[in-house]
Design a protein around this ligand. Structure first.
Ligand code: FAD
Length: 482
């Protein structure tokens, strides 16, 4: 028998119809579904999205609204504190059930608890599901019962309890006959207008669930074979570029994992590559479980000995780093890829982050905030956890004495200089043996390439050897303080 009492699906970081356990639960028994998205910039403790992520959110909501409309389900858009808006919409629609997928952050969980208490007061049942992670945060434990603090221990424990591998199909949906009051997406001004800096983002990305699956299948047909090695090469296309889709839940980690493992089992790609991809998804999982355990991950050093670290303050260096004008071509290429496209290759993220924290000795939170504002995949867990990992203050962090040499990193991972040529076009005509160290070029070579150091491209803002010594001294000081 069909249930005619409507249920409310509260969408958050899970902007998809398929493999969405909360949506499937809401649609159970064929009952009509109201879909709600709340732009909540009022509840205490929630981190406001950065500019590039807001741009992505607009596209993603547009795509979700269109997909829901095909099933005659309205996506209701409302702005305000969730504790006011969700009970209000549930009441207006006469819902007896509200379903949502859990979020890992502590502030988010507090908001959810408050919403649940208010809904229950008005006689509405609440269903919480696991939709954005493979394992329930807090459920992966060492044998002694704590949260594993190294990645390998975390993955080992998590894989002892493999999640159900099969993603769910999109449920068949029925909408309400009446329309509810909804706000106009454009009125939220998620996309920039004056100035409109999002041209590069529009050229590079198409948000939404359908696009996520296209990106996934292109990756399986193309980059996945050779992923384990090729994922370190920014000049090649061996990574999936699924991060913003995973961040906004346009594809679930379970769907991505199942598709890749299936490709491995079917022989479309080597199983070793599929397993490496699985392991990267577990890095994401590790970050989220850390965020659950340490809610202020974006502000507090996980290792307290870093609290006394002698970070420098230098607005000029920070500005040069942000703009991709450090004089180190691989660093500048990464920072300009970020500015132009809202994304940066993982290897280059590690290089630019190491450069900021170790060569410039600027606080990792400066880098984290800039990434937060400029990445389309700016992620509340992956971003701070990765910054802390690079800085050395995080869980299972890179050892403090590992200081990337930006020239050697460039020569190893962008050997022909193609990546640098794409994003630092003023160096495009330098030969490959000089592209990562233009200051070593002679006058004739520079003139032939049309480069005037200090004019068309900066000289290095720090000397690598001197910066390395300075960083080692600073880190040694911290080590003694522990
Ligand atoms: P693929 O290699 O195809 O990997 C597939 C998925 O696995 C990714 O989409 C991502 O969800 C996950 N993943 C891959 N590598 C990592 C990793 N090292 N840590 C955690 N998860 C990983 N990732 C974000 O999603 N958002 C961020 O804000 C973010 N900030 C970062 C900041 C720094 C300083 C560093 C070093 C890394 C950061 N990462 C972040 C992790 C990683 O760089 C990106 O997830 C990856 O580059 C996304 O590209 P992809 O989807 O092609 O990755």
């Amino acid at each position: 028998m069909t249930d005619t009492t409507p249920a409310l699906m509260w969408f958050r970081d899970d902007l998809r119809l398929s493999d969405n356990p909360a949506l499937t639960a809401a649609a159970q028994g064929g009952r009509p579904v109201i879909a709600l998205y709340v732009l909540d910039e009022d509840s205490a403790g929630l981190r406001d999205m950065g500019g590039a992520a807001r741009w992505w959110l607009a596209g993603s909501l547009r795509a979700l609204g269109a997909a829901l409309a095909r099933s005659k389900v309205q996506l209701v858009l409302r702005q305000g504190p969730a504790a006011r808006v969700v009970p209000e919409v549930a009441r207006a629609a006469g819902c007896e059930v509200v379903a949502f997928n859990r979020r890992a952050g502590r502030a988010e969980a507090r908001v959810d608890d408050e919403v649940e208490a208010l809904l229950e007061k008005q006689g509405c049942a609440v269903e919480r599901h696991l939709g954005q992670l493979l394992h329930q945060p807090g459920s992966v434990r060492t044998q002694a019962g704590g949260m594993p603090r190294t990645f390998s221990a975390f993955q080992r424990s998590a894989l002892r309890d493999r999640p159900a591998p099969l993603p769910q199909r999109a449920p068949s949906l029925t909408g309400l006959k009446t329309r509810l009051e909804s706000e106009d997406l454009d009125s939220w001004q998620l996309e920039p207008s004056k100035p409109d800096w999002a041209g590069g983002l529009r050229e590079s990305w198409k948000p939404g669930e359908a696009a996520a699956h296209e990106v996934m299948s292109d990756f399986i047909d193309g980059g996945l074979s050779g992923y384990a090695e090729g994922r370190d090469r920014p000049d090649q296309i061996h990574v999936s570029r699924l991060s913003p889709y995973l961040r906004f839940g346009e594809i679930s980690p379970r769907q991505a994992l199942a598709a890749v493992l299936h490709a491995g089992e079917a022989g479309t790609a080597p199983m070793a590559d599929a397993r490496k991809f699985e392991s990267e998804l577990y890095w994401r999982e590790f970050s989220y479980h850390l965020l659950h355990a340490v809610p202020d991950l974006a502000r507090r050093n996980l290792q307290a000995n870093f609290d006394a670290f002698p970070w420098r303050e230098c607005s000029g260096d920070l500005k040069a780093w942000r703009r991709g004008l450090t004089g180190y071509p691989i660093v500048d290429a990464g920072m300009r890829q970020l500015w132009q496209t809202g994304w940066m290759h993982n290897r280059v993220r590690m290089i630019v982050a190491s450069f900021l924290c170790k060569h410039l000795l600027l606080h990792w939170t400066e880098g984290e905030s800039w990434f937060w504002d400029t990445l389309v995949d700016a992620d509340p867990a992956n971003n701070p956890a990765s910054w802390q990992w690079v800085a050395g203050s995080g869980a299972d962090a890179a050892p403090y004495f590992r200081i990337f040499n930006p020239v050697l990193q460039g020569e190893k991972f962008d050997p022909k200089g193609d990546y640098v040529r794409t994003y630092v076009p003023e160096l495009a005509h330098l030969p490959r043996n000089l592209i990562h160290k233009p200051w070593e070029a002679g006058g004739l070579e520079l003139a032939q390439a049309g480069v005037r150091l200090g004019i068309t491209y900066p000289r290095p803002i720090v000397d690598h050897a001197a910066a390395r010594d300075r960083a080692l001294r600073a880190f040694e000081h911290t080590r003694k303080d522990t």
